[in-house]
Ligand binder design. Structure first.
Ligand SMILES: NC(=O)c1ccc[n+]([C@@H]2O[C@H](COP(=O)([O-])OP(=O)(O)OC[C@H]3O[C@@H](n4cnc5c(N)ncnc54)[C@H](O)[C@@H]3O)[C@@H](O)[C@H]2O)c1
Length: 251
């Protein structure tokens, strides 16, 4: 199913975890994929090119405009302007559960800087190219946590709540430039870093009990929703959030 043929898709935070799976899925759907991360994305890119897909790994920090500009320029030279931005990079897997009294203000600021401001910086970096193309799709990865109270990740939840609000406001602001902005809100997903967390199997078992489709959520479960929102199949959809969590939260 090559629904993304001819499109260039930039996925942030794609060196591993959910982002890497989205990158592989977009490439399998025919896209030219740009893997952007502070870490090396070469392994993900090689997996794609080994399967005859098209991929470029670029190292960049989403909170650094100069580093982003260099990455976007490299991507443009190889594949042309970016059609689709997946704002997936975040401080998440490396965050510990912590009570609201114990979150340091430094950590709070860092989470906001990466998860909120970094997402805006990525949008700004790809916007001139999308305007040249006269179209674009931006997909923000939020979380289902913002629709139900969950304890002990207040900084993270606040950042994703902000990204959710930004999805609607950016959709309103960019619509007349034919740029759509949507979000995907995953449930707890067994990415590499999540799997490495202490006590995760017990927490996952609890969450599975609250899901209509009572099983573990894997990174692969998010790929179909990304391809839909990236493709022309969703050409009249903007400002929406698709919760992909096996029926845990029902809006
Ligand atoms: N795994 C889950 O349970 C889950 C659930 C809901 C939402 N999410 C969201 O899905 C996304 C991916 O989750 P994951 O589990 O794969 O997370 P992860 O922590 O394993 O991966 C995040 C990636 O972002 C990169 N990154 C972090 N800061 C960056 C920066 N400043 N510049 C560039 N890259 C940066 C990291 O290097 C890493 O590769 C995140 O936005 C997360 O909040 C995850």
């Amino acid at each position: 199913m090559e629904t993304l043929t001819g499109k260039t898709v930039l996925v942030t935070g794609a060196a591993q975890g959910i982002g890497a799976e989205i990158a592989r899925g977009a490439a399998a759907a025919g896209a030219q994929v740009v893997i952007l991360d502070v870490l090396s994305g070469e392994a993900t890119a090689k997996q794609i090119t080994d399967q005859a897909g098209q991929a470029l790994a670029v190292e960049a920090d989403i909170t650094d405009d100069q580093s982003l500009a260099r990455a976007v320029e490299q991507a443009q030279q190889q594949f042309g302007d970016i059609d689709v931005l997946v704002n997936n990079a975040a401080m998440f897997g490396d965050l510990q559960q912590v009570s609201l009294e114990d979150i340091s203000y430094d950590t709070w600021d860092q989470v906001m800087r990466v998860n909120v401001r970094g997402a805006l910086q990525c949008v700004r970096a790809v916007l001139p190219g999308m305007q040249r193309l006269g179209r674009g799709s931006i997909i923000n990865i939020t979380t289902n946590r913002i629709y139900r109270g969950f304890a002990n990740m207040l900084h993270y939840d606040a950042s994703k709540g902000a990204l959710s609000a930004m999805t609607r406001s950016m959709a309103a602001e960019l619509g007349d430039r034919h740029i759509r902005v949507n979000a995907i809100a995953p449930g707890l997903t067994m990415s590499d870093r999540v799997l490495a967390k202490e006590g995760i199997q017990g927490r996952n078992a609890q969450i599975i009990k609250g899901r209509a489709l009572g099983r573990s959520q894997e990174p692969q479960d998010l790929v179909g929703a990304v391809i839909f929102l990236a493709s022309d199949a969703s050409s009249f959809v903007s400002g929406q959030t698709l919760v992909v969590d096996g029926g845990g939260v029902m809006l």
